[in-house]
Design a protein around this ligand. Structure first.
Ligand code: ADP
Ligand code: MG
Length: 325
């Protein structure tokens, strides 16, 4: 490496302190942090591997953003307030321009949510980006996957399928100049973690999950954890302008099976729907009811006439199992 490990850490990862609850940040054997009294810590980690989770030649600023965003999304899905992160970098070499851009993307998102980098690890090897993120939530208030009950309404923030379509378009040169291409690329490379929305759902949602591996699969995890089933009405699935241009079957398949959107899927008992409506008014992203929790296990998809719609979703089962190892 051109720069030594310590110069590299000093140059790119040591930062002026941002939070008063960080007693000791980057530079010692451990970081020391002081969680607020009577809060529970929410801790998550997610690793992005080059050419598995992102293209090696993608814009490094976007890679920096996404590396942090996918972790903040997990905190959001628990209703936690983000606080501290550690960053484990495995780099094939020291490309200073790449690292500077990566840090710009990472830091801009960290700053928006008052998150501080408190440590990490730097090693040489195939490009791999790991983050551990910690946040706070009041005791007994975290949004788990396990609280959904029959009768609860299933909601989704934003739209799903966009990142998946963005990935398909990124491989298709005929789409390069399409007016919708920048939106889809943004959705794929710069997902917006629904941090404020997740925290607002504390006390309203009975269960929540972030949609990273496809709506059908992730909702399936929530149903299983809660010991319930559900019916989703596919004509209610919110679609972006880009998906609205597709044949309905293709749009539904993408919305249900494509990953990487990082929206929140959550359930709300009917008595709390008015509170949800009030909370939603403060959000910069719409939220849509897409179905209902039922006692009968498994996920059912119906169309506007109430008929089973599985047949319309070509490849639905196949795509459900298609996440990378
Ligand atoms: P040790 O060998 O004791 O584990 P390191 O030499 O790996 O320590 O790291 C020195 C300091 O720099 C530690 O505080 C560590 O948390 C921090 N650090 C190392 N790599 C990174 C990184 N990529 N991002 C942020 N902090 C880092
Ligand atoms: Mg040490």
């Amino acid at each position: 490496m051109a720069l030594g490990e310590f110069e590299l850490i000093e140059r790119f990862f040591a930062r002026p302190p941002r939070r008063s609850d960080v007693l000791l940040g980057v530079g010692d054997d451990c970081a020391l942090v002081q969680p607020p009294p009577t809060t529970v810590l929410a801790i998550t980690t997610d690793t992005l591997v080059a050419d598995v989770h992102f293209y090696r030649d993608a814009d490094p600023e976007n890679i920096g953003h996404k590396t942090l965003a996918v972790n903040l999304s997990d905190l959001a899905a628990m209703g936690a307030r983000p606080a501290w992160v550690t960053l484990s970098l495995t780099l094939p070499d020291v490309d200073e321009a790449w690292l500077a851009a990566f840090c710009r993307g990472f830091d801009a998102l960290a700053q928006r949510f008052a998150v501080e980098i408190i440590g990490g690890d730097t090693t040489k090897g195939p490009l791999t980006l790991g983050v551990q993120a910690c946040g706070f939530v009041a005791p007994g208030r975290a949004l788990t996957r396990a609280g959904a009950r029959p009768g609860d309404v299933i909601y989704l923030t934003g739209t799903t399928g966009d990142a998946g379509l963005g990935l398909a378009w990124a491989k298709d040169p005929t789409r390069a100049n399409d007016p919708l291409a920048p939106y889809l690329r943004q959705r794929l490379e710069r997902p917006e973690p629904r941090v404020a929305e997740g925290q607002a759902l504390v006390g309203i949602a009975s269960a929540a999950i972030d949609v990273s591996d496809g709506l059908a699969q992730d909702l399936g995890h929530l149903l299983k954890a809660s010991g319930v089933g559900a019916t989703v009405e596919i004509h209610r699935l919110p679609r972006s302008a880009a998906l609205a241009n597709l044949p309905a079957g293709d749009a539904h398949r993408l919305a249900l099976t494509a990953g990487d959107d990082y929206e929140l899927c959550f359930t709300v008992p009917p008595p709390r729907e008015a509170a949800l409506a009030a909370a939603c008014r403060q959000w910069s992203v719409p939220c849509t009811a897409i179905g209902r929790i039922e006692a009968l296990p498994d996920l059912r998809l119906v169309d506007a006439t109430g008929r089973t719609a599985l047949g319309q979703i070509a490849g639905y089962r196949h795509f459900q199992g298609s996440e990378p190892p």
